[in-house]
Write a protein that binds this ligand. Structure first.
Ligand SMILES: [Zn+2]
Length: 439
């Protein structure tokens, strides 16, 4: 009797078993389980999200790994396939070291949170209507495939398939990097140059700290650990603190054995200098503020810890996204026309760095609250300097300041010095965000 009974029960359950994998589709949304996703499973999750949220997602590849795996990116926004003029772009990159896997999983859960919240949660909807977020869960899929769950400390799987550490493979600001540029690195470089990213985060494991440029120093990676201050040190400290203070434990600074980071943040080279890091390259060549987020003491913890990691990082991931709307943004035009000026330089005070306008004349500068002198200049035009106040409250738009440059040899047209009405509007109409309670 028993065998017959078991058979009957099994047959009765069969339709249910076959139906279960379809459940997320039937509910009209995806659910990412707290289980590890290898390369093919990451690909599958991204495809399903794109299928179920086709209006707000765009799935694309930025290139291939050494072993031919696609480097998948999913963009999420109200209009995900194009850059919309004035909208800032954010880049989140996981798994640059193949054996540091928590960031990859966090990014899949973040995708679920954003996609599932669009149209239901007011803050998520407003954010995605004013911002495009690009998520690359696995930058080093070849290394990932060779990594081992439970391996906290080894370097197995860290490098790409040609044994290059991708976070030592970028051209360096301070010293010559003789490493041949790897396909994964080249893909990141091409991608970063093709989209005007304003904010980037790169996820690692092996520590719990929010780290910011510079990663190298004038003395090089074999020199001492010293604070290597970038021109945007104030806003970098703010971005790093945003992550650590909203994280479940990072701000305590002593989460991993033997480490102590005051407030859970560190200047990169003050921790240890390194040559060829992605962070410094994206900052310089992407003209994009970039932080490195170390999110787990163990590089590849056991799967049962994934839920806790999401809980610890969820608010931080979202709070950091919102910071892209801090500071100023605008467009630069030829005075008296609606013709944009591309490749104009936008300088904040005496900060020794250069940000350029896009082909639509756009610029973004993330800034902490305060008063700034903003200068826009380009050869062949008279430069213009203006004082701008960045408020403390956070909104879905930076302060908008458009500039109208007068071509040399021409007279100034009426709108050369018109105060920005948009600044007044954004300062008065925008609503305050209290993210912890809203999300
Ligand atoms: Zn790493």
């Amino acid at each position: 009797m028993m065998p017959k009974s078991r058979t009957t029960v099994s047959l009765l359950l069969l339709p249910l078993v076959l139906w279960l994998p379809c459940l997320p589709h039937i509910l009209g949304q995806n659910v990412v389980p707290f289980e590890y996703h290898d390369y093919s499973q990451v690909t599958q999750v991204l495809r399903e999200f794109h299928q179920n949220y086709s209006d707000i997602t765009h799935l694309y590849s930025i290139g291939q790994s050494v072993q031919g795996r696609e480097l998948w990116v999913i963009a999420i926004s109200d209009n995900p396939t194009v850059h919309e003029v004035g909208e800032p772009e954010v880049q989140y990159v996981g798994n640059i070291h193949g054996n540091e896997v928590i960031g990859k999983e966090l990014l899949l859960h973040l995708l679920e949170h954003l996609a599932g919240g669009y149209g239901k949660n007011g803050t998520i909807s407003s954010y995605l209507n004013t911002t495009r977020v690009h998520i690359l869960p696995a930058m080093n899929p070849d290394g990932l495939q060779g990594s081992l769950e439970g391996d906290c400390y080894s370097s197995i799987g860290r490098e790409n398939a040609r044994s290059y550490d991708l976070n030592r493979n970028f051209p360096d600001k301070f010293e010559v990097n003789t490493q041949p540029i790897q396909p994964e690195t080249q893909a990141i470089m091409n991608w970063t140059r093709s989209i005007p990213f304003s904010l980037s985060a790169i996820f690692h494991g092996g520590a719990v700290v929010a780290n910011y440029p510079w990663d190298n120093t004038p003395l090089g990676q074999n020199g001492p650990s010293i604070y290597s201050r970038s021109p945007d040190d104030d806003i970098y400290r703010h971005l790093a603190l945003t992550y650590s203070e909203n994280h479940g434990t990072m701000h305590q600074g002593d989460i991993c054995s033997g480490d102590f980071f005051e407030d859970g943040i560190s200047n990169g080279a003050d921790w240890y200098p390194l040559r060829g890091g992605m962070q410094d390259w994206v900052y310089i060549h992407g003209e994009c503020l970039t932080v490195t987020l170390e999110v787990s003491c163990c590089k590849y913890p056991t799967q049962d810890q994934l839920g806790d990691h999401w809980t610890q990082n969820k608010n931080s991931l979202i709070e950091l996204l919102l910071q892209v709307h801090r500071g100023i943004k605008g467009q630069v035009f030829i005075n008296g026309t609606d013709v944009p000026v591309s490749e104009a330089t936008v300088t904040i005070g005496d900060r020794d760095n250069t940000f350029h306008t896009t082909s639509d004349g756009e610029f973004w500068r993330i800034l902490v609250p305060g008063q700034y002198s903003v200068t826009v200049s380009k050869a062949g035009f008279s430069s213009e300097t203006r004082t701008v106040i960045v408020p403390g409250n956070l909104t879905f738009s930076a302060v908008i300041e458009d500039f109208y440059l007068v071509e040399n040899g021409t007279s100034s047209a009426p709108n050369a010095s018109v105060p920005s009405l948009t600044f007044i509007i954004t300062s008065t109409l925008i609503c305050l965000l209290k993210v912890k309670t809203v999300f």
